[in-house]
Design a protein around this ligand. Structure first.
Ligand code: MG
Length: 337
């Protein structure tokens, strides 16, 4: 009998501690990535001129308020490529479809894939489709791989944060995860919550135009939410980070749902929000550029990079106390993206 430590659990896909350990112990040794400090949203290739990223999408339900699996799959990959200061130009799309899937649903998803690509000038240049038996999958899974041309010099990197830098987030946390949960479980939460699913490319371009090399790190806050992004950056850069909890924007409806469900909005996945580490002398310009953009109206400076114990994330609460923010342990919400 395999013990729980010998098998893959849903928690291994959660973007938290279990997934981190799986990547570091089982996957990295078989890859050409040197260490966990080199884990980025996208890898630079071809002498650093191109960035490449790949991502699998298993979200349930396939259609949700604010988007569907097609838009999510395109925007998710555009965003990972954008986090390295690159414009996604070419996309590969692989689909695993369950026997019995409605052609009409597939057409709707393909249309939204096309619309998301057209919005950012992305070309679908290759793909693959497999159909599996009814018990072998659940509806539709999509894997996208994007290749983009780098326009930022140097490329923002998870390893580039330095003590004194400011931490900026682009808007409210938790909208995507809570909207999926509400749609899936048919929860009637107070107020309608839509996914924030969106391409962050033009926001990223505006930030890099305003802050130049002062934009040291960019990370989209997907699985594991803001907590995972902060922890990963602090590990990669060998720094500590202190945030001001009261400065973190969260919608009232999302905060209410989180309290009801016993979850932290800091750990919930977003699909259209990024976290940036910016040099102190450029932080105000970058923040102004973000607030002038459609997707950055609620952008806020929420903290500072420090020179404390590397990897340590602390939050000052509105009560004036301090608490640690760890990598979330496992899976709060499976099949969120
Ligand atoms: Mg990412």
């Amino acid at each position: 009998m395999p013990t729980p430590t010998d098998i893959i659990t849903l928690g291994h896909g959660g973007g938290g501690r279990l997934m981190h350990d799986l990547i570091v112990n089982e996957l990295l040794p078989a890859s050409d990535v040197m260490s966990e400090r080199d884990l980025e949203d996208a890898a630079l290739i071809h002498g650093g001129r191109l960035a490449i990223s790949t991502d699998g999408f298993t979200v349930k339900p396939l259609f949700f308020p604010g988007g569907d699996i097609g838009k999510l799959a395109v925007c998710g990959t555009i965003n990972d490529v954008a986090m390295r200061g690159a414009r996604c130009r070419w996309l590969s799309i692989a689909m695993i479809v369950q026997e019995g899937f409605a052609l009409e649903d597939l057409r709707r998803i393909i249309q939204s894939i096309r619309a998301a690509c057209d919005a950012d000038g992305v070309h679908i240049v290759t793909g693959d489709t497999k159909v599996v038996g009814r018990a072998a999958a659940d509806g539709l899974f999509i894997t996208t791989t994007g290749v983009g041309e780098r326009f930022a010099d140097p490329a923002p990197s998870a390893g580039a944060a330095r003590p004194g830098d400011r931490v900026i987030i682009s808007g409210t946390l938790g909208d995507h995860g809570i909207s999926i949960l509400a749609a899936r479980e048919e929860l009637s939460l107070a107020g309608h919550i839509e996914s924030d699913c969106a391409s962050l490319l033009t926001l990223t371009e505006a930030m890099l135009a305003a802050g130049g090399p002062g934009v040291r790190t960019l990370r989209d806050m997907t699985r594991g939410g803001m907590s995972a992004a902060l922890n990963e950056i602090a590990i990669s850069s060998g720094v500590s980070i202190e945030i001001e909890e009261g400065a973190v924007p969260v919608r009232r409806e999302v905060r209410g749902a989180c309290e009801l469900l016993g979850m932290s909005p800091f750990e919930i996945a977003n699909e259209g929000k990024l976290l940036a580490i910016v040099a102190p002398e450029r932080a105000d310009e970058v923040l102004a550029a973000m607030r002038a953009h459609d997707l950055g109206g609620d952008a806020a400076i929420i903290g500072t990079v420090g020179d404390g114990r590397p990897g340590r994330i602390s939050a000052r609460t509105p009560l004036g106390t301090s608490r640690l923010i760890d990598l979330p342990p496992g899976e709060l919400l499976p099949r969120i993206c």
